[in-house]
Design a protein around this ligand. Sequence first.
Ligand code: PRX
Length: 660
Amino acid sequence: MSSIESVSHETRVFEPSADWQRSAAIGGMDAYNALCKEAETDFEGFWARLAKENLQFAKDYDKVLDESNPPFYKWFTGGELNVSANCLDKNIAAGLGDKVALIFEADGGEVTKVTYSELLSKVSKIANGLKGLGVKKGDRVVIYMPMSVEGVAAMQACARIGATHSVVFGGFSAKALQDRIQDTGAVAVFTADQQVRGGKQLPLKSIVDEALSLGGCEAVKNVIVYKRTGADVAMQAGRDVYMHALADKQSDVCAPEMVDSEHPLFILYTSGSTGKPKGVQHSSAGYLLWAMLTMKWTFDIKPNDVFWCTADIGWITGHTYITYGPLAVGATQIVFEGVPTYPNAGRFWEMIQRHSATIFYTAPTAIRSLIKACESDQKVHPTSYDLSSLRLMGSVGEPINPEAWMWYHKNVGGEKCPIVDTFWQTETGGHMITPLPGATPLVPGSCTLPLPGIMAAVVDEVGGDLPNGQGGILVVKRPWPSMIRTIWGDADRFKKSYFPEELGGNLYLAGDGAVRDKVSGNFTIMGRIDDVLNVSGHRMGTMEIESSLVANELVAEAAVVGRPDDLTGEAIVAFVVLKGDRPTGEAGQKLAMDLRNWVGKDIGPIAKPKEIRFGDNLPKTRSGKIMRRLLRSLAKGETITQDTSTLENPAILDQLGKPI
Ligand code: PRX
């Protein structure tokens, strides 16, 4: 537990204002405590009440929680509903048809507004188009699209007909895309001719073509192409169809297909500590319930809010807090195609001002890069914009360092907006540990307390409770509605990864270390305890990158570790042993660059190591195990003070200690 001993010494505390306590969905700690108590005393009754208040079932469920086959928990069993109908039809029936659902801003600044009625019509046409192609309930559909109204609509259209979508982030390579198409057995792929980011046009359709040509994707019958830029792309007759050509001719009425509560709404791949990325399978009813509740509790969403989550639909944050949560609660939200630094680093602030955004949810990495950018250019400083519309801000994906928190609070939030530092994961479906803006006293750098109904705890290596103040393993003791159901096609791996026997088999293992404050009980997340890195809020498995490196014909062996980085949180450092001689100087630089590009092409640019070092060997124990903790120290530039007596080849440390 040595890596997670350091404890935050933060003493600044920001109490919720009287206004916030009065107006918030959960106002004051008494209200929070009462909800926690309700969940503790009548767990199923608590969730039943919330489901009744939030979900529209076509057929009522029989049982709130089925625990007969742990850890394969089932929620609201026997119930039937449609997620798209809960997002669109329900709100239109409640009179929100003319309310703006999406304010889409393109990379170049063009703005398109789409009302709930318009969105339903668009979704229905795409859904009918899918049906016309033969896609049906239970089929899998891969979505490899840019941030767009069409991307959100494609996800909703799948939900409407009961097809399970799997969105692949547009930055992933053809190989990564092929893996996911193959693993899901998808029958159709949505893509665009190109994507536009930071003024640049980047390919998408040609990457899909390449992915499909790699083999194993024979189940794919159709590729549906959204015309984003109008670039000339190859269209294979009989397989490829433009989205407008498919959808425009369809009826704008599509009866939603009712599905079982547990029906897989989507599969989303994420990195684990070993092997291939895991296809995290989420449900329909439970997932949607938690997406709605966290919109209400954490974001205190109100009818007049303009909500903006800057994530991409390729990640879980974009699923829950763009495609599903905001729509299900009838909110108006901003969807942004571009990047925070184009045309300049004031883009976020300008957009908040232009659209009078009230709630802003972004990642610490973006905040850190914008802090840096405005240091040298007052014009792009947030205080140069009118951000007075903001009332609440959030952070997600990685720890936010207290200084970045303070900057965000002062310069973006004008010292009046609470910050919700939301801890959660692809697997949890929605927020788990987070402040509530009208209740929880905020502490910079701490995600504070679990949401009501979430039984989070810190335990030791055998699952025993640890006292506050002592660092340990973060677990969740009871199931919750939006939890991962299984790993697609690998139930055994699901069980082993998330409910390991060593912890007793009944605790959900998050994979992070955590410590609770002695007095407040606040949680501070200490980072991953497995071989998963978090680079700019993106999860990367060290094994994945190592496998990619050793797939290169020049490479004999590779070990990848993370190093703290001011901008990206963690940076990837790869130690590589070549089959041939170890290059130095310019030849070394050139080969390092080639290998970085190799990984970029193999997995995607986000997986490129920041630094590569070559050695004649790696530090190994006599039994041949790579001593990663030593590599972590070397990557940081630390002098080795740890015990190296078990090391077979201590001389190697010198060689690996220096950059090329
Ligand atoms: O290590 C934790 C970190 O991100 C991991 C989950 O990554 P992913 O599944 O990609 O989901 C990211 C978006 C929800 C966690 O295991 N993490 C996420 N949020 C925080 C965080 N670490 C500290 N503080 C957070 N608020």
